[in-house]
Ligand binder design. Sequence first.
Ligand code: CA
Length: 226
Amino acid sequence: MRILIVEDNTDITANLCAFLQPLGYTLELAHSGNAGLEQARAGSHDAIVLDLGLPGMNGLEVCRRLRSQHHMATPILMLTARDTLQDKVLGFEGGADDYVVKPFSMVELDMRLRALVRRAVGARPPAVLRFDDATLDLSCWAATRAGVPLRLTPTGYKLLAVLMREAPRLVPRRVLEREVWGDHPPDSDALRTHIHALRLALDKPFGKPLLQTLPGIGYQLGGTGV
Ligand code: CA
Protein backbone atom coordinates (compact mmCIF):
# COMPACT_ATOMS: atom_id res chain seq x y z
CA MET A 1 0.00 0.00 0.00
CA ARG A 2 1.28 3.44 -0.94
CA ILE A 3 0.62 5.94 1.83
CA LEU A 4 1.35 9.66 1.90
CA ILE A 5 2.09 10.89 5.41
CA VAL A 6 1.69 14.62 5.97
CA GLU A 7 3.12 15.34 9.42
CA ASP A 8 5.57 17.99 10.63
CA ASN A 9 6.64 16.19 13.81
CA THR A 10 9.81 14.25 12.95
CA ASP A 11 9.52 11.91 15.96
CA ILE A 12 6.06 10.84 14.84
CA THR A 13 7.11 10.35 11.20
CA ALA A 14 10.13 8.31 12.32
CA ASN A 15 7.87 6.09 14.45
CA LEU A 16 5.38 5.69 11.61
CA CYS A 17 8.15 4.65 9.23
CA ALA A 18 9.68 2.23 11.74
CA PHE A 19 6.34 0.55 12.36
CA LEU A 20 4.62 0.63 8.97
CA GLN A 21 7.46 -0.05 6.53
CA PRO A 22 8.17 -3.56 7.85
CA LEU A 23 4.46 -4.31 7.38
CA GLY A 24 4.84 -3.71 3.66
CA TYR A 25 3.68 -0.09 3.42
CA THR A 26 5.44 2.20 0.96
CA LEU A 27 5.59 5.61 2.59
CA GLU A 28 6.00 9.05 1.11
CA LEU A 29 6.55 11.92 3.53
CA ALA A 30 5.53 15.57 3.46
CA HIS A 31 6.32 17.96 6.32
CA SER A 32 3.99 20.88 5.61
CA GLY A 33 0.45 21.41 4.42
CA ASN A 34 1.50 22.92 1.10
CA ALA A 35 3.95 20.12 0.34
CA GLY A 36 1.32 17.56 1.34
CA LEU A 37 -1.23 19.10 -1.00
CA GLU A 38 1.23 19.08 -3.91
CA GLN A 39 2.39 15.52 -3.28
CA ALA A 40 -1.17 14.27 -2.85
CA ARG A 41 -2.11 15.80 -6.19
CA ALA A 42 0.99 14.57 -8.00
CA GLY A 43 1.13 10.98 -6.81
CA SER A 44 -1.27 8.09 -6.64
CA HIS A 45 -1.67 6.93 -3.06
CA ASP A 46 -3.93 4.31 -1.56
CA ALA A 47 -4.51 6.56 1.45
CA ILE A 48 -3.28 9.78 3.06
CA VAL A 49 -2.42 10.20 6.74
CA LEU A 50 -2.92 13.88 7.42
CA ASP A 51 -1.95 15.74 10.58
CA LEU A 52 -4.38 18.46 11.60
CA GLY A 53 -1.80 20.91 12.99
CA LEU A 54 0.71 21.71 10.24
CA PRO A 55 2.87 24.75 9.47
CA GLY A 56 1.39 26.92 6.73
CA MET A 57 -1.81 25.36 5.49
CA ASN A 58 -3.40 23.20 8.20
CA GLY A 59 -4.61 19.67 7.65
CA LEU A 60 -8.26 20.63 7.48
CA GLU A 61 -7.57 23.07 4.67
CA VAL A 62 -5.45 20.50 2.80
CA CYS A 63 -8.31 18.03 3.10
CA ARG A 64 -10.91 20.53 1.91
CA ARG A 65 -8.85 21.52 -1.12
CA LEU A 66 -8.15 17.93 -2.12
CA ARG A 67 -11.84 17.16 -2.04
CA SER A 68 -13.47 20.29 -3.38
CA GLN A 69 -10.84 21.85 -5.66
CA HIS A 70 -9.05 18.78 -6.94
CA HIS A 71 -11.88 16.25 -6.70
CA MET A 72 -9.58 13.62 -5.22
CA ALA A 73 -11.27 10.64 -3.58
CA THR A 74 -8.17 9.13 -1.93
CA PRO A 75 -9.11 8.01 1.61
CA ILE A 76 -7.85 10.43 4.27
CA LEU A 77 -7.11 9.53 7.88
CA MET A 78 -6.67 12.60 10.10
CA LEU A 79 -4.28 12.76 13.02
CA THR A 80 -5.60 15.10 15.66
CA ALA A 81 -4.15 16.15 18.98
CA ARG A 82 -7.50 16.85 20.61
CA ASP A 83 -10.37 14.50 21.05
CA THR A 84 -13.09 17.10 20.85
CA LEU A 85 -16.39 16.72 19.09
CA GLN A 86 -15.81 19.92 17.17
CA ASP A 87 -12.52 18.65 15.74
CA LYS A 88 -14.19 15.46 14.60
CA VAL A 89 -17.12 17.27 13.03
CA LEU A 90 -14.81 19.71 11.23
CA GLY A 91 -12.63 16.86 10.03
CA PHE A 92 -15.48 14.87 8.60
CA GLU A 93 -17.08 17.96 7.08
CA GLY A 94 -13.75 18.75 5.43
CA GLY A 95 -13.80 15.35 3.76
CA ALA A 96 -11.74 13.13 6.10
CA ASP A 97 -12.78 9.47 6.17
CA ASP A 98 -11.47 8.57 9.60
CA TYR A 99 -9.24 9.95 12.35
CA VAL A 100 -7.09 8.89 15.27
CA VAL A 101 -6.27 10.96 18.33
CA LYS A 102 -2.65 11.47 19.40
CA PRO A 103 -1.03 9.66 21.06
CA PHE A 104 -2.34 6.77 18.99
CA SER A 105 -1.46 3.12 18.89
CA MET A 106 0.41 2.02 15.76
CA VAL A 107 -1.59 -1.20 15.70
CA GLU A 108 -4.82 0.78 15.61
CA LEU A 109 -3.50 3.07 12.89
CA ASP A 110 -2.51 0.06 10.78
CA MET A 111 -5.97 -1.48 11.22
CA ARG A 112 -7.77 1.73 10.37
CA LEU A 113 -5.63 2.30 7.27
CA ARG A 114 -6.31 -1.22 6.01
CA ALA A 115 -10.05 -0.79 6.60
CA LEU A 116 -10.06 2.55 4.75
CA VAL A 117 -8.24 1.16 1.73
CA ARG A 118 -10.48 -1.92 1.67
CA ARG A 119 -13.60 0.23 1.70
CA ALA A 120 -12.25 2.48 -1.04
CA VAL A 121 -11.46 -0.49 -3.28
CA GLY A 122 -14.96 -1.89 -2.68
CA ALA A 123 -16.49 1.45 -3.62
CA ARG A 124 -14.74 1.63 -6.98
CA PRO A 125 -16.97 1.13 -9.98
CA PRO A 126 -16.57 -2.30 -11.57
CA ALA A 127 -14.01 -2.64 -14.37
CA VAL A 128 -16.40 -4.70 -16.48
CA LEU A 129 -19.71 -3.14 -17.47
CA ARG A 130 -22.55 -5.46 -18.44
CA PHE A 131 -25.89 -4.94 -20.10
CA ASP A 132 -28.05 -7.77 -21.40
CA ASP A 133 -25.60 -10.04 -23.29
CA ALA A 134 -23.04 -7.25 -23.88
CA THR A 135 -19.89 -6.59 -21.83
CA LEU A 136 -17.28 -3.86 -21.90
CA ASP A 137 -14.02 -4.30 -20.00
CA LEU A 138 -12.78 -0.82 -19.10
CA SER A 139 -9.33 -2.11 -18.12
CA CYS A 140 -8.52 -3.15 -21.71
CA TRP A 141 -11.37 -1.57 -23.69
CA ALA A 142 -12.58 -4.91 -25.01
CA ALA A 143 -16.28 -5.35 -25.76
CA THR A 144 -18.27 -8.49 -26.47
CA ARG A 145 -21.84 -9.39 -27.32
CA ALA A 146 -23.09 -12.95 -26.73
CA GLY A 147 -19.44 -13.83 -26.11
CA VAL A 148 -18.35 -12.54 -29.54
CA PRO A 149 -15.66 -9.81 -29.53
CA LEU A 150 -16.88 -6.53 -31.05
CA ARG A 151 -14.72 -4.45 -33.35
CA LEU A 152 -15.30 -0.87 -32.24
CA THR A 153 -13.54 2.41 -32.93
CA PRO A 154 -12.09 4.29 -29.93
CA THR A 155 -15.08 6.65 -30.09
CA GLY A 156 -17.40 3.64 -30.29
CA TYR A 157 -15.92 2.28 -27.07
CA LYS A 158 -16.39 5.60 -25.31
CA LEU A 159 -20.00 5.88 -26.43
CA LEU A 160 -20.75 2.32 -25.41
CA ALA A 161 -19.10 2.84 -22.01
CA VAL A 162 -21.33 5.85 -21.28
CA LEU A 163 -24.46 4.09 -22.52
CA MET A 164 -23.70 0.95 -20.49
CA ARG A 165 -22.89 2.89 -17.34
CA GLU A 166 -26.25 4.68 -17.56
CA ALA A 167 -28.33 1.77 -18.95
CA PRO A 168 -31.23 1.43 -19.18
CA ARG A 169 -31.55 5.17 -18.66
CA LEU A 170 -31.73 7.52 -21.62
CA VAL A 171 -28.53 9.49 -22.30
CA PRO A 172 -29.22 12.89 -23.87
CA ARG A 173 -27.25 13.76 -27.02
CA ARG A 174 -25.46 16.64 -25.32
CA VAL A 175 -24.30 14.43 -22.45
CA LEU A 176 -22.89 11.86 -24.87
CA GLU A 177 -21.13 14.55 -26.88
CA ARG A 178 -19.61 16.07 -23.75
CA GLU A 179 -18.43 12.68 -22.43
CA VAL A 180 -16.73 11.82 -25.71
CA TRP A 181 -15.44 15.17 -26.98
CA GLY A 182 -15.44 17.40 -23.90
CA ASP A 183 -16.56 21.00 -24.25
CA HIS A 184 -15.73 21.17 -27.96
CA PRO A 185 -17.84 18.59 -29.79
CA PRO A 186 -17.46 18.43 -33.58
CA ASP A 187 -20.43 19.26 -35.81
CA SER A 188 -23.80 17.84 -34.91
CA ASP A 189 -23.64 14.99 -37.43
CA ALA A 190 -20.52 13.45 -35.86
CA LEU A 191 -22.45 11.83 -33.04
CA ARG A 192 -25.00 10.38 -35.44
CA THR A 193 -22.22 8.94 -37.62
CA HIS A 194 -20.48 7.31 -34.66
CA ILE A 195 -23.76 5.93 -33.31
CA HIS A 196 -24.45 4.44 -36.72
CA ALA A 197 -21.05 2.69 -36.70
CA LEU A 198 -21.62 1.49 -33.13
CA ARG A 199 -25.01 0.09 -34.11
CA LEU A 200 -23.50 -1.84 -37.04
CA ALA A 201 -21.01 -3.53 -34.70
CA LEU A 202 -23.18 -3.95 -31.62
CA ASP A 203 -26.58 -4.81 -33.07
CA LYS A 204 -26.50 -5.75 -36.74
CA PRO A 205 -24.98 -9.25 -36.40
CA PHE A 206 -27.29 -10.11 -33.49
CA GLY A 207 -30.99 -10.85 -33.41
CA LYS A 208 -32.12 -8.31 -30.87
CA PRO A 209 -31.14 -4.61 -31.10
CA LEU A 210 -29.86 -3.08 -27.85
CA LEU A 211 -29.23 0.50 -28.94
CA GLN A 212 -32.33 2.65 -29.20
CA THR A 213 -32.63 6.13 -30.67
CA LEU A 214 -35.04 8.70 -29.32
CA PRO A 215 -34.95 11.15 -32.23
CA GLY A 216 -33.82 14.63 -31.25
CA ILE A 217 -33.39 13.59 -27.60
CA GLY A 218 -30.75 10.95 -27.16
CA TYR A 219 -29.90 7.27 -26.99
CA GLN A 220 -30.33 4.38 -24.61
CA LEU A 221 -29.57 0.68 -24.26
CA GLY A 222 -32.67 -1.44 -23.84
CA GLY A 223 -35.89 0.47 -23.42
CA THR A 224 -38.45 0.66 -26.17
CA GLY A 225 -36.98 3.37 -28.39
CA VAL A 226 -39.04 4.78 -31.22
CA1 CA B 1 1.66 18.82 13.84
